[in-house]
Write a protein that binds this ligand. Structure first.
Ligand SMILES: [Zn+2]
Length: 484
């Protein structure tokens, strides 16, 4: 199918890989295929217990004693298909398509993420006219579902310090740093009391905010639904007393919540005051401040149709919840020193619910440096404990920190300039990459991440640009040639 596309060897291997189903968790066969490839080419190779494959190749003539270089990608792909596609991606090969300009798969994800990395490295190992230093090819399992391959890698299997990760999706960009993270569960125990006779319930809901990914979209002025709701409640509380019975918002720490809802009870004569106050806040303040970028936002404040809840929080607890939500640290905390458009440290309050008389707020803290992460952890712990709550941290994963001195980056930039006649964009990403975990395994590692143009990855519309694959291939070869 792809036989007329260049570079021919790269697309031949890409086609072979595409014939083997290799969704996350289903990587045994593709790992065996790579091991078989190594055996056929008389290359030393290791398959780790977790499934990672490492293939070793000597340096070519003149490069025998050069420092080894690690080329890295991941074996697994995301399996997604369109609604009308009947393919069983566990068992059946994807159907490749091309018009000469793009490559895609009919009805499914293509797996260019990260099959192109596998195709590149096998094409290099299969050639005898490509000058390169000793290579350590690292192909990890299950990057897309928790990066368990990178996490379980035995670092002693690698001697190289320079690592080129081929899992980026934009030609011309060289990624040099990624965020680490830690989750934080904050819990505030609340006092509840019986609802008095004659009270009525009001439901207040904020909805249809933009939301988004808590890493790469945290700097896009996306409002947090929990905080908007808290501001509405705070405004209404000044006009008439009420008591919170229930409050809930998002349920994923890595997603900026689009909505949040509270049920409160109040004396009958206060009902309309509260409903009107909520609307007034939206009209007079919210729209004025945020209307230009949160244009779809909706507020709904009305008497609840459900039975009036039998219990409600005390006044003190009600005020504490509103205060905690309104004033909790959230969003961008610091930006990069050399690039103020890039976020360095942030947090997102993505979860909000009541469980057993406690209000729970779940956060994901991210930072491209360890110290940045620790600073936010302290800030959140201090905030929570001062209000009588407790903060518990878990699921900690490391960042890939920017290196002031990076000989590999220098070579990448020099090769790019020579080939493209312009400067590459040196960038960081405020989300997790395998390089974060790998930087813990490879002491003093010097790493970069590159890749050809891929669009709509993780969706059935994924496609890979043929000309970009060829340019990135030539670029990779010129980098290897320089790493003498
Ligand atoms: Zn990937």
């Amino acid at each position: 199918m792809l036989e007329n596309l260049k570079p021919m060897k790269v697309f031949r291997y890409f086609e072979e890989i595409s014939a083997i189903p290799h969704g996350s968790g289903n990587v045994e066969a593709i790992g065996d295929y790579c091991m078989k490839f190594a055996e056929n080419h008389k290359l030393r190779a290791v398959k780790e217990p977790c499934g990672n494959v490492i293939i070793y190749a000597d340096g070519t003539a003149g490069y025998e004693s050069s420092e080894p270089v690690i080329l890295q990608g991941h074996l697994d792909m995301v399996c997604e298909k369109s609604n009308d596609c009947v393919k069983d991606m566990e068992e059946e090969a994807i159907t490749l398509c091309t018009d000469g300009e793009w490559v895609w798969a009919d009805g499914t994800t293509l797996g260019g993420d990260d099959g192109i990395a596998i195709a590149y490295v096998l094409a290099i190992l299969d050639s005898d006219d490509i000058p390169h230093p000793p290579l350590e090819i690292l192909l990890t399992v299950d990057e897309e579902t928790g990066m368990t391959g990178a996490e379980n890698l035995d670092g002693s299997l690698l001697k190289g310090k320079k690592l080129i990760n081929i899992d980026s999706e934009e030609e011309g960009f060289i990624t040099v740093s990624c965020a680490g993270g830690v989750r934080c569960a904050c819990e505030y125990e609340m006092e509840f009391t019986d609802t008095e006779e004659g009270m009525c319930a009001v439901e207040i809901k904020v909805d249809k905010l933009l939301g988004g990914h808590s890493g790469v979209e945290i700097n896009k002025r996306r409002l947090n639904g929990h905080k908007v709701l808290a501001e509405v409640l705070n405004y209404a509380y000044k006009q008439a007393e009420f008591f919170i019975c229930d409050i809930k918002g998002g349920n994923k720490t890595n997603v900026i919540p689009k909505s949040a809802c509270a049920v409160v009870v109040t004396k009958a004569e206060n009902k309309d005051i509260i409903i009107n106050a909520a609307s007034e806040y939206f009209r007079d303040i919210f729209w004025n401040e945020n209307g230009s970028f949160e244009a779809e936002a909706e507020l709904c404040a009305c008497e609840s149709f459900e039975a009036v809840p039998a219990k409600h929080m005390t006044a003190a607890s009600t005020k504490k919840v509103i205060f905690a939500l309104m004033n909790s640290p959230d969003g961008v905390v610091t930006v990069m020193k050399n690039d103020p458009d890039m976020v360095k440290s942030s947090l997102n309050m993505g979860e909000l619910y009541i469980d057993n008389n406690s209000v729970k707020m779940g956060y994901l803290i991210r930072s491209n440096s360890l110290s940045g992460k620790k600073a936010i952890m302290e800030k959140l712990r201090s905030f929570t404990e001062y209000l009588g709550g407790k903060a518990v941290f878990d699921s900690d994963y490391p960042s890939w920190e920017y290196r002031e001195a990076s000989p590999l980056r220098d070579v990448m930039v020099e090769a790019f300039r020579e080939m493209y006649g312009r400067e590459p964009v040196i960038t960081s990403i405020h989300a997790g990459l395998e390089c974060g975990l790998l930087s813990e395994k490879i002491t003093d590692g010097d790493m970069v991440s590159i890749g050809p143009d891929l669009e709509n990855v993780h969706t059935p519309d994924e496609r890979m640009n043929v000309a970009s694959v060829e340019r990135t291939w030539n670029y990779l070869l010129s980098v290897l040639k320089k790493l003498k």
